[in-house]
Design a protein around this ligand. Structure first.
Ligand code: NDP
Ligand code: OXD
Length: 314
């Protein structure tokens, strides 16, 4: 068996290679940046490899994506038709929950207002609702959405979820599909998007959706938090919604174009938090041991829970 490790140039491949070599249990680990025998490769661990690269591996048995989202891989029309496995990892999940909770609390506790007042040395106290009076809605109740939901509920928020299937998630009111969206939005003050980017979800975060959010909440207005993918959002609509009050604030980690160009007005909007796609980093320390275990289980013929369904795109 030989595992090809291939990743986008902005990732440092060395710590990944080092850890795969250390934990790989004798599996040959191949660095995609150096010449290699394509016919020897049986598995690939990748993050945004060059399109077409994997098509050149005639004996490839499975692809292991080094992140949770597989949209970039599936955009490669030449991607070989072998099982595609994504990350489900407690470390990555915990990181996402930290980021989402931080953003939810930042808006809920009205920090944009207090930071602006601090800059002017103005002591101005706002009415502060309790968390139990504020409704959080999570678009995408998968691995990441569910964990965020648990923590936000523990803080006291009223949390509900929206998913494709609308299947029951214990402890949460769930809404499903397009039919369930209006009612879900109408009860949501803080909207958290943790959807995968697929044909069905592209552009879902638009003006029409923002206009459907609750207007009767205890916050000054609805808030958008997106850590799913930039392709979920229409960025001009976010700016317009912030300007006309349809949205009171937004925290965005992912963008249509990354890095976000320096002249993009999203950087400068006073009610907008921009982070550079860092909500939940993949790290070799967090992920490699699990991928090695997944490869072994795959080779034993076990069903992996994190296998991507190419029909739905996630
Ligand atoms: P999962 O596959 O576990 O969950 C996806 C959820 O989205 C499911 O609840 C699914 O519904 C729902 N969903 C999918 N399509 C639709 C649709 N058309 N309409 C309604 N709901 C839909 O994914 P994860 O939770 O692991 O990850 C979610 C995304 O987070 C990733 O795809 C990635 O893009 C992003 N991400 C971002 C990171 C960052 O640093 N910013 C880091 C890691 C991930 P159902 O339950 O019915 O299947
Ligand atoms: C991921 C990401 O999908 O980092 O894991 O965006």
């Amino acid at each position: 068996m030989a595992l090809l490790v291939a990743m986008a140039q902005h990732w440092d491949a060395e710590p990944w290679l080092e850890r795969f070599r250390r934990l790989g249990g004798g599996m040959e680990i191949v660095d995609a940046r150096k010449p290699y025998d394509a016919a020897s490769i049986t598995h690939a661990a990748v993050w945004k490899p060059d399109p077409g690269m994997l098509a050149g591996l005639p004996n490839l048995r499975a692809i292991f994506n080094l992140g949770a989202g597989v949209d970039a891989l599936l955009a490669d029309r030449t991607l070989p038709d072998v099982p595609l496995i994504r990350i489900i990892d407690p470390d990555l999940t915990a990181r996402m929950t930290e980021w989402v909770t931080l953003q939810a609390l930042y808006h809920f506790r009205q920090m944009p207002h207090y930071l602006a007042r601090q800059a002017e040395a103005v002591w101005e106290q706002l009415d502060q609702p309790g968390a139990h009076e504020v409704r959080v809605g999570i678009l995408g109740m998968g691995v990441l959405g569910r964990d965020c939901a648990d923590v936000l509920k523990r803080i006291g928020f009223q949390v509900a979820g929206w998913s494709r299937s609308g299947k029951a998630v214990e402890g949460f009111e769930m809404f499903g599909g397009e039919a369930g969206l209006p009612a879900f939005l109408a009860r949501t003050d803080i909207l958290v998007a943790l959807l995968p980017l697929t044909e069905a979800t592209r552009g879902v975060l638009d003006r029409k959706l923002f206009a459907g959010l609750a207007r009767d909440g205890r916050l000054p207005g609805p808030v958008l938090i997106n850590a799913g993918r930039g392709g979920l959002q229409v960025e001009a609509d976010i700016l317009a919604a912030l300007d006309d009050g349809t949205l009171a604030g937004a925290s965005i980690d992912v963008f249509e174009t990354e890095p976000l160009p320096a002249d993009n007005p999203l950087w400068k909007h006073p009610r907008m938090i921009v982070t550079p796609h860092v909500a939940a980093d993949s790290t070799p320390e967090g992920l490699v041991a699990g991928i090695v275990r997944d490869i072994a289980a795959f080779e034993r013929g076990e069903e992996l829970p994190n296998r991507v369904d190419r029909a739905t795109g996630y």
